[in-house]
Design a protein around this ligand. Structure first.
Ligand SMILES: NC(=O)c1ccc[n+]([C@@H]2O[C@H](COP(=O)([O-])OP(=O)(O)OC[C@H]3O[C@@H](n4cnc5c(N)ncnc54)[C@H](OP(=O)(O)O)[C@@H]3O)[C@@H](O)[C@H]2O)c1
Length: 278
């Protein structure tokens, strides 16, 4: 595990050769303007180098402003955004990408994701992402909320394996099938709602936090890391943004990693990727 103990630099190498940080700041439900600008700047000052936004979060402009003003060179930052469901399809994705790129004020996006596997659309959306990568406008392309059958479908259709699958992943939803498929196909898994949207009151997690002298959030984020899963906790509070970066300096025992895994209840805080209507 020693390679996982470095602080913010470095991270897993994606299947296209790019490096992505283990930790990023999530900005879903963070308001555009001052709130998102402050959150991103605080994160960058703390040492975060990765930011996860989406067209659907309506805060790409604020994220872009914070990137320009934060004082860290652009090539040291890793910026993710996503195409939202109503924009899916080939031509409409290309257009939506240009809108995101302008709002962020960036020449090149580090990672562009299909936000959800919209039936009848996601195959064409994936082809648009492949095109954007060929054009050099996106470094890495990936998906979000894809189940094994969705992944298999786009791989069979195009032969191009997504670099990343960003999925809901936390102690109550441990996603073994998706993780196994991802490992076999060299797809990097990234956890959304890693902190269970703030629902951290689980007795085992509290016991571990006490035993390791860490907070529950740090225990859960460390558990992500030890499974090779990238994590993107969201907070708008400076003290929590700092707290959520404090998991690189300790190691959970294998037994404790397993004990957390056994909390799984296949419980989703978000929608089911096989049954959503937006
Ligand atoms: N691809 C997708 O479909 C998808 C879906 C959902 C989320 N995401 C991404 O994943 C990111 C993270 O997921 P999320 O925002 O749903 O939830 P999360 O990171 O699991 O939890 C965020 C919630 O926990 C609170 N919190 C943060 N740090 C804490 C700490 N140390 N102790 C106690 N509470 C804490 C936050 O409150 P405060 O802000 O008030 O501190 C917020 O209410 C999102 O921001 C987004 O970038 C992607």
């Amino acid at each position: 595990m020693s390679e996982l103990n470095g602080p913010f630099s470095g991270g897993p190498t994606l299947n296209d050769g790019a490096t992505m940080p283990w930790l990023g700041l999530g900005v879903w439900q963070t308001k555009d303007g001052e709130e998102v600008i402050q959150a991103v700047k605080t994160a960058v000052e703390t040492g975060y180098r990765s930011i996860d936004t989406a067209a659907g979060y309506n805060n790409e402009e604020g994220v872009g402003q914070a990137i320009r003003e934060c004082g860290v060179p652009r090539d040291e930052l890793f910026i993710t955004t996503k195409v939202r469901n109503p924009d899916q399809g080939y031509e409409s994705t290309l257009k939506a990408f240009e809108v995101s790129r302008k709002k962020l004020g960036l020449d090149v996006i580090d990672l562009y994701l299909i936000h959800w596997p919209v039936k009848g659309k996601y195959r064409d959306t994936w082809k648009a992402l492949i095109h954007l990568q060929k054009e050099g406008l996106v470094k890495s392309i990936g998906v979000s909320n894809f189940q094994v059958h969705h992944l298999q479908d786009i791989i069979d259709d195009t032969g191009v394996v997504p670099a990343v699958n960003q999925i809901e992943f936390h102690p109550l939803l441990t996603q073994r099938e998706v993780l196994k498929f991802a490992k076999a196909h060299d797809i990097q898994v990234e956890a959304w709602s890693p902190l269970m949207q703030g629902n951290l009151e689980l007795p085992l997690l509290k016991e571990l936090a006490e035993r390791y002298g860490k907070t529950v959030a740090q225990i859960v984020l460390r558990w992500d890391l030890q499974q090779g899963v990238i994590t993107i906790p969201k907070s708008v509070h400076a003290e929590r943004i700092v707290e959520n970066a404090g998991f690189f300096d300790f190691t959970l025992s294998d037994d404790d990693v397993q004990a957390i895994e056994e909390l799984n209840q296949n419980h989703r805080f978000g929608p089911d990727p096989d049954n959503f209507n937006f």
